[in-house]
Design a protein around this ligand. Structure first.
Ligand SMILES: [Fe+2]
Ligand SMILES: [Fe+2]
Length: 293
């Protein structure tokens, strides 16, 4: 086992990402105007990516209920992201100035952490102001006994799932001029930062996987792959939040959750949004060939 991990690409990329983060450095408290109410004439989320799109429930909603649902769904998306960012900030902080983080990686982790903290601030303001709360998270259990490198690989795989899936929603909304302008601005700012984080995740995961996977036995590798496939499924479930449905005035929220999860439009959406990330995980060996549908 080498004591100096080979992070050539990640180190070089970290230096470029640091330069970009410094160039684009911003004060989150000055980045947005927070109106008393969101735009009454626009939905907070593009209708086709709401979790009830493609269900009979959506067809039966009044305009007022759709407007409300798009806000609670956005609050749920932002809460999920914020809850994932809480885990990231704690983990990133632990990795600073510690092996295997190189000096270059540590420098970038400072920006990663700073940006995630800012994201939590803006998502927190949005959720409290327009939804009345941050929706709580499900806890995702971590395994107890881990192989060399496994903890870090799990951490950045989890980060990548949270960042990549949420980013699809950000991109749809920021490009949809029918959506609420504040939500579009938040989505755009988040997407710009996340593009750098995802580039880092990909480079670091690729080099960590190449370094550690050859040393793992089959049971460890299968355990990891099963955990990651399970995590992707569990994370998707959090998008279909009965409490967000209830807050939008929708009856039988648990029934509705089940209906929405099973709707073909929603299954296709989940597949479309997951596909690039799962392809990447398969390429570097973190997901089994046929995993995670
Ligand atoms: Fe973020
Ligand atoms: Fe991020």
């Amino acid at each position: 086992m080498t004591s100096t991990p080979s992070l050539t690409r990640t180190n070089a990329l970290s230096q470029r990402l640091c330069a970009l983060s410094r160039e684009q450095f911003y004060d989150v408290y000055k980045s947005f105007e927070w109106p008393e109410r969101l735009d009454r004439d626009r939905l907070a989320m593009s209708p086709e990516i709401c979790t009830l799109a493609g269900t009979g429930v959506w067809d039966d909603l009044t305009d007022e209920q759709r407007w409300k649902l798009a806000i609670t769904e956005t609050g749920n998306l932002f809460s999920n992201t914020l809850n994932g960012e809480k885990i990231l900030v704690a983990g990133l902080s632990n990795q600073l100035y510690a092996r295997p983080a190189s000096a270059e990686v540590t420098d970038y982790l400072h920006h990663f952490l700073d940006e995630e903290n800012k994201h939590m601030i803006m998502f927190g303001v949005f959720c409290r102001k327009y939804v009345g709360r941050v929706y709580p998270t499900k806890s995702f259990a971590m395994a107890k006994k881990l192989a060399p490198g496994e903890e870090l690989l799990r951490f950045f795989a989890l980060a990548m799932v949270v960042e990549a899936l949420s980013d699809h929603y950000n991109v749809r909304v920021m490009n949809d001029d029918g959506c609420d302008p504040l939500v579009r601005a938040i989505s755009r700012l988040h997407h710009v930062d996340e593009a750098r984080h995802l580039a880092f995740d990909r480079a670091y995961l690729t080099e960590l996987a190449a370094q550690h996977l050859p040393g793992w036995d089959e049971a460890t590798l299968h355990g990891f792959q099963a955990w990651l496939a399970g995590f992707i499924k569990a994370f998707w479930l959090t998008f279909y939040n009965p409490t967000a449905y209830k807050d939008a005035g929708i009856d039988d929220p648990y029934e509705v959750q089940k209906l929405a999860m099973e709707a073909p439009h929603q299954q296709a959406l989940r597949e479309e949004f997951s596909a690039p990330t799962e392809k990447f995980f398969r390429k570097i060996g973190l997901l089994a060939e046929q995993a995670a549908a």
